[in-house]
Each structure stands twice: as structure tokens, then as C-alpha cells.
Design a protein around this ligand. Structure first.
Ligand SMILES: [Zn+2]
Length: 95
């Protein structure tokens, strides 16, 4: 497996226009924002009891806990790309 340690964060919109984050081929829903810090939880948090999370501060990733309990969301990402709902592509440097 390739390690994309200096990966990219992409901000997209879900069907319901909720902001979502794509990182390392997985989707995250926005959970909470406090000051400039945003907590994103894996979209499979309920379905797969996945505890993976990403914290961002402004455009920078500050914390990532990326132990997923399932395969990456490659199909979902492909569909999203087809619909071109990409809002922003952010170059991030995980700490
Ligand atoms: Zn997950």
C-alpha cells in the first residue's frame, strides 16, 4: 500500500449539501466546529462502527485517527468525481 502521508484534503458537498471531507480515499462528515477547529468523522461511523476521525484547523490538518473498520470509499469517491461536486482541494501536511 502506498503511504500518502503528505496527502490532500478535499472538501465536497453531500447530496444534502452538507460539507464533507475526502482524505486518503475515505469520506468524512462534519461533526463539529469550535473556533477554527473542525472535527470530521468517518461516514461509516454508524454503519460500520468506524471511529476514524480527522481534525482540521483552518486549512491544516492537526489530528488524524485513521483506523477504519472497512475498505476505503473508492466507489463513492468515483461517483462524486463524476458529479464534480468538488469545492476545494487543499494541500495539507499532516502533523
Ligand atoms: Zn471509516
Amino acid at each position: 500500500m502506498t503511504d500518502h502521508s503528505a496527502g490532500e484534503l478535499e472538501l465536497v458537498r453531500s447530496k444534502r449539501c452538507m460539507p464533507q471531507l475526502v482524505y486518503r480515499n475515505c469520506f468524512y462528515n462534519k461533526e463539529a466546529t469550535c473556533d477554527n477547529r473542525t472535527v470530521w468523522t468517518c461516514v461509516d461511523v454508524r454503519k460500520m462502527r468506524c471511529r476514524a476521525r480527522v481534525h482540521t484547523f483552518g486549512h491544516k490538518m492537526v489530528v488524524h485517527c485513521l483506523t477504519h473498520t472497512h475498505a476505503p470509499h473508492l466507489n463513492l469517491i468515483q461517483k462524486k468525481r463524476l458529479h464534480d461536486h468538488l469545492l476545494q482541494r487543499l494541500n495539507i501536511h499532516p502533523s
